[in-house]
Design a protein around this ligand. Structure first.
Ligand code: FAD
Length: 455
């Protein structure tokens, strides 16, 4: 690696060559037991803009050096971890919100802006960005590269639904602009959407234009307690076809949400039940939210709800969202992995029952949370499975169950690096070859994020 050339591109202050100074750049939020090993020879660079990124990628092509893009490092499947000798390219200095365009309802943010910073700026401008993938330290470039989902996708969808424009530095070093502040755009093949969920293998995203919505006038969060998972999940398809479209329908086991509350030093509001639905509602007025809440309460009572609480104040609602968002952090000490299986929304109850059967078959407990309204479950596999030597078997049994229900092994976290070894279970066939062909067109020397996102 030509360190001197890299130094001359980014400047002396923005390169790290000493291992002891780069620890924060070498891992992501992948659960420790599943985290891939870091390579020996790594250099971290922190370019200031797309021009410097272009120079770095041109150099990497000449020298055939792998480049690993690092956003906020909150990814859960090892995508940002440098597993081969090479360059870690951090986007942290691309940290400016360039514009909040109130007339077009768009925000233009550089890739290194964190979700938390963007949400605050958008709210200050009196507008609303609905998606909320749990960790607000994620950067907007990372959110697009992973097509993140999160808790608030039932009504408005995942990140993909909000991306209108991108600036991308291609692996060749060319800088391209895709899309714009447009609500309609049929000019040619849709390369913008090809970049979304590309996991950083097709280019470095340097700027994002997201669509915004007007601020909601009123909101409320229901916490619905059930005796068991089965009852809780049974109500979900009924809610989905009731005509009320909640912002979010989340599921969590009691033990899981209480671990998160404990980790945060907070208190989970419900004292009854073993399983919960969290339903977030928004509306143009308090009355509208109340009407929705009543309709949903009626449905849930019919599916054996034990208790229904409504959080009305902004603080209470924010606290519930925080406890839900931090679930992965709360179970770190006991979990070996948090899966991300997704099935058609109406099949989520069947998947849940199949996972319960798998737990029985292997004589273990599989904790559970997930975005129930999106058909997206996060079964949490305990470390004891590794000790018993059955971790892989249990994981693959769950994947198989999801695939048999016409689902996928990852709905929102992406394949990254750690999900690829199990993709053989999915009958992808020709589609993987097409994806490999696309990668070759963009990155013939395979320098950018090699080994991830596609098998
Ligand atoms: C507590 C917690 C809760 C979470 N909850 C959710 C959730 O509910 N839903 C959900 O979908 N995810 C969730 N995540 C996962 C994570 O926040 C998202 O995957 C997020 O999109 C990652 O963004 P990042 O900037 O941290 O990316 P990183 O972790 O830095 O990178 C992730 C991948 O994107 C690539 N990448 C990063 N930036 C760029 C860029 N500018 N250009 C091209 N490629 C890039 C990296 O190379 C890597 O492959 C959660 C994570 C945590 C820790």
């Amino acid at each position: 690696m030509n360190v001197e050339k890299l130094r001359s591109i980014v400047g002396e202050d923005w390169i790290i060559t000493k291992r002891e100074q780069m620890e924060n750049y070498l891992t992501d939020a992948t659960i420790l037991a599943a985290r891939p090993e870091v390579a020996d020879e790594v250099i971290v660079v922190k370019p200031a803009d797309s021009k410097e990124i272009s120079e770095i990628l041109k150099l990497a092509n000449i020298e055939n050096t792998p480049v690993f893009i690092r956003g906020g490092g909150t990814g859960l499947c090892g995508g940002a971890i440098p597993t081969m000798d090479g360059i870690v390219l951090s986007t942290e200095r691309l940290d400016r919100i360039e514009e909040i365009d109130k007339d077009n309802l768009m925000v233009v943010a550089q890739a290194g802006v964190t979700l938390g910073t963007m949400l605050e700026a958008v709210e200050d401008a009196g507008l609303f960005f609905p998606p909320h993938p749990g960790d607000e330290g994620a950067q907007v470039g990372g959110l697009v590269a992973c097509n993140a989902g999160g808790t608030r996708a039932v009504k408005y969808g995942v990140i993909r639904n909000f991306v209108k424009g991108l600036e991308v530095v291609l692996p060749s070093g060319e800088i391209v602009n895709l899309g714009g502040k447009l609500l309609k755009n049929n000019q040619g093949l849709d390369l913008l959407h090809l970049m979304i969920n590309s996991g950083g293998i097709l280019g470095v995203i340097t700027k994002v234009i997201f669509r915004l919505y007007p601020k909601v006038a009123s909101s409320g969060t229901l916490v619905i307690a059930y005796d068991n998972r089965h009852d809780a999940i049974d109500g979900v398809p009924v809610i989905l076809r009731s005509g009320v479209i909640p912002l979010a329908i989340e599921y969590t086991d009691r033990d899981v949400i209480e671990a998160s509350a404990k980790h945060l030093g907070m208190k989970w509001p419900s004292t009854v039940g073993n399983a919960y639905l969290i339903v977030m509602l928004i509306g143009a007025s308090e009355d509208e939210v109340y009407t929705q809440a009543e309709q949903i309460s009626d449905i849930c009572q019919k599916s054996n709800a034990l208790d229904i609480l409504i959080a009305e104040s902004k603080t209470e609602q924010a606290d519930i969202l925080k406890m839900r968002s931090e679930i992965f952090s709360g179970v770190l000490s006991v979990a070996a992995d948090g899966l991300d299986v997704t099935v058609p929304p109406a099949s989520v109850g069947i998947l849940m029952d199949k996972i319960d059967e798998i737990a029985k078959q292997f004589d273990t407990t599989i904790l559970m949370c997930g975005h129930a309204g999106d058909g997206n479950l996060h079964p949490l596999l305990l470390k004891e499975l590794c000790d018993k030597g059955i971790f892989k078997q249990v994981k693959r049994a769950i994947y198989q169950a999801a695939i048999e229900l016409d689902g996928v092994i990852t709905g929102e976290h992406g394949l990254g690096l750690i999900r690829i070894p199990d993709i053989d279970l999915y009958p992808g066939g020709k589609t993987w070859n097409l994806m490999r062909g696309i990668k070759k067109v963009f990155d013939p020397n395979n320098i950018l994020n090699p080994g991830r996102a596609i098998p």
